[in-house]
Design a protein around this ligand. Sequence first.
Ligand SMILES: [Zn+2]
Length: 113
Amino acid sequence: MATHAMAPHPQLVETHMVTSRTGTTSHLRFRKAVLTRDRKAGITHCPECGVTLNYDISRQPNSAEPDHIIAHRYGGTNDPSNGRTICRQCNQRLGDKRRPQGSTAPLKPSPGW
Ligand SMILES: [Zn+2]
């Protein structure tokens, strides 16, 4: 009888970012460790765009967010030494575009046109 499954809404899922990157305990620890470390270290501006970082309010364009220096998919770990603090906007912009050194694979536009 219980066929009323709670179907996920694609639009809502997007706001939670990619679960494979953010859904683990180790990532949460990573996030806190990197932000705390860099805040104490006096990192007040995004190294990418220079905006003043906001450590207190999340989901703002200039909210401080941890960035993996080496992305997970390229073997990066959740060790704080693999993290730096950048603004949310740069975090989203960089996202999947970063490539390991030596890789020259071009970004392909998604097929389908
Ligand atoms: Zn930035």
